[in-house]
Ligand binder design. Sequence first.
Ligand code: SF4
Length: 363
Amino acid sequence: MPETGAGQPLLQVRQLSKHFRQPVAGGWWRRWRTVHAVTDVSFDLWPGEVLGLVGESGSGKSTLARLLVRALTPSSGELWLNGEEISRLQGRALARLRPLLQLVFQDPASSLNPKLRVGELVAEPLLVGRRWPRAQAWAQAANLLVQVGLRADDVYRYPHSLSGGQRQRVAFARALAADPLLVVADEPLTALDVPLQLQMLQLLRDLQQRRGWTWVLISHQLAVVRWLAGRIGVMYQGRLVELAPATALQAQPLHPYTQRLWAAELPWPATRDRAATAAAPPDAVTRPTSVAGPLLPSRRLSAQGHFTGPAPAAAGVSVGPDTATKGCAYAPLCPWAQSECWREPPVWRAVRPGHYVACHASG
Ligand code: SF4
């Protein structure tokens, strides 16, 4: 999958999928259904790059984050790190990878052991495998706390005595201590208030520039992702539907779902005046002039997000219970839906260098 970037990619993701089985009825006759959390995701990530991932809740971003750091084993597909296949590593081989792939959670309180002092939490990656003597690791932890804007004597504090922003800084200091190849940050700013978000954004940019980290940054705040990421991927129902350089995706989003995301974006940081302006419904999506097929005339989505007109069946499209899964998952909401959208899933393809989209009508 050729993309932008020079040399060997740090991470190669190939048709990565994760399915979960969930019970749908209780008792011994319990029935199960399969939830397709992530399906056929492919992209490359180069050293020092920041890739943003956006999408609504439930779009599979967090599951993908856990797959990338091998906190989950993929159901199918491949994951390559520096030319080594890591998708199915287990035991010691996987433990060796752990420090190199760091995940920073949305709520640091849930990922920091409340019984350990901050110094022990930050020094923990240094002490794994007795890489550092204890006293030296403790001193390095104090040094790292200063690098993320805390005080050196915060090593003696417990997580419960820190504010949300301080706990998030501790989480980043802990990631720094591991000297990782890849950091995946899953909504790292969501639990913070706006002034703290601004401070953390500055910190993230500093860390990226000073340490040359490779990042995958997951957020539903498009402005945050645009500010930090060189490329942005858009996820919908477990699939990557568009991937492009941030400037190209902002200037000319091709997928109708990306357009709706952009149109519905709230200003950030939110102020009362800006929030009032944003209360107006988003503009209708723009259909590219290159779209060849006819639209389903009776299936329109208003700017407010409501359907108008009868269902697709009235337009000559046979819609069964599994129609949406056979074709494009966005078809029930898409204002450009054509008959083939209900039958064939769109192919992931490059429409211009570095710009990928999965849509029959875009390109
Ligand atoms: S493939 Fe069809 S239904 Fe899916 S986003 Fe594109 S135009 Fe819409």
